[in-house]
Design a protein around this ligand. Structure first.
Ligand code: SF4
Length: 243
């Protein structure tokens, strides 16, 4: 496989791909068990949360959407009162309001998003997952916890045989996607709006995380987020354009 180049909407720069083969075959679970105990601090946190809020989901949040889709969106971790409460990624907090509205706008979802897991919303050609499946205190997983959950991300990617694009929401999701694919971070620096050709017919797109903090501070505007999805839509509809 020869060197390929990717486009960046933000700067028009090209980002070379590494010579890697698309991974094939899953060798483990893409979803953790509901009682996964690999991260003691996170298990303790969710046990405490269960005591405080017994009606909340309070477990590893499974991926949502079409596992055979061409787009995989990787977030950081469930929000305490969002996905950890509802049991569906990005559902029930501000980040989900922006993400699902944008997915609907660009044809990656259909139905109505009503911030609850039984709202009937369907993802189209797309799946959403998190680099860390359990809610961390203060939304900050430790490096050890991120590494511990990485095999599930890796297996999620391996199990998605038709993937064309992975969208990393934030630097940690970006770094974990590269680590899961055993790609060098230095070869693919995180940059909002960048689209990296990572080989094997896949691209890795970067966006700042759609958190309330990022939008409140103006780091990410809805228009910036839509630009990322416009690029991904074009890339998926005309795959030769990006990889
Ligand atoms: S974060 Fe991942 S590895 Fe750690 S306990 Fe939760 S599901 Fe298991």
């Amino acid at each position: 496989m020869g060197t390929k180049h990717a486009r960046s909407r933000t700067g028009g720069r090209t980002i070379p791909s590494q010579d890697v083969a698309r991974p094939s075959g899953a060798d483990g679970a893409a979803e953790p068990a509901p009682d996964c105990t690999l991260c003691p601090r996170l298990v303790s946190f969710r046990t405490t949360n269960r005591d405080i809020q017994p009606d909340w989901f309070n477990a590893p949040v499974p991926s949502f959407g079409n596992g055979a889709g061409r787009l995989l969106i990787v977030g950081l971790a469930p929000g305490l009162k969002g996905a950890n409460r509802t049991g569906r990624p990005f559902t029930g907090d501000y980040a989900g309001d922006l993400l699902y509205a944008t997915l609907l706008k660009f044809g990656f979802a259909r139905g109505d998003y009503e911030a609850r897991p039984d709202d009937g919303l369907k993802l189209v050609d797309c799946m959403i997952t998190n680099a860390v499946r359990c809610v961390p205190p203060e939304n900050k997983p430790t490096p050890a916890e991120i590494a511990c959950c990485r095999p599930f991300l890796k297996n999620r990617i391996l199990a998605s045989g038709k993937l064309v694009a992975i969208l990393a929401l934030g630097r940690i999701a970006h770094d974990q996607t590269l680590a899961a694919l055993e790609l060098r971070k230095a070869a693919f620096p995180f940059s909002h709006g960048a689209i990296h050709a990572i080989g094997g017919g896949m691209t890795l797109a970067d966006s700042f995380h759609c958190s309330r903090y990022n939008t409140n501070t103006g780091r990410l505007t809805p228009a910036m987020f839509e630009d990322v999805f416009r690029d991904i839509r074009n890339l998926i509809d005309t795959p030769c354009s990006g990889n």
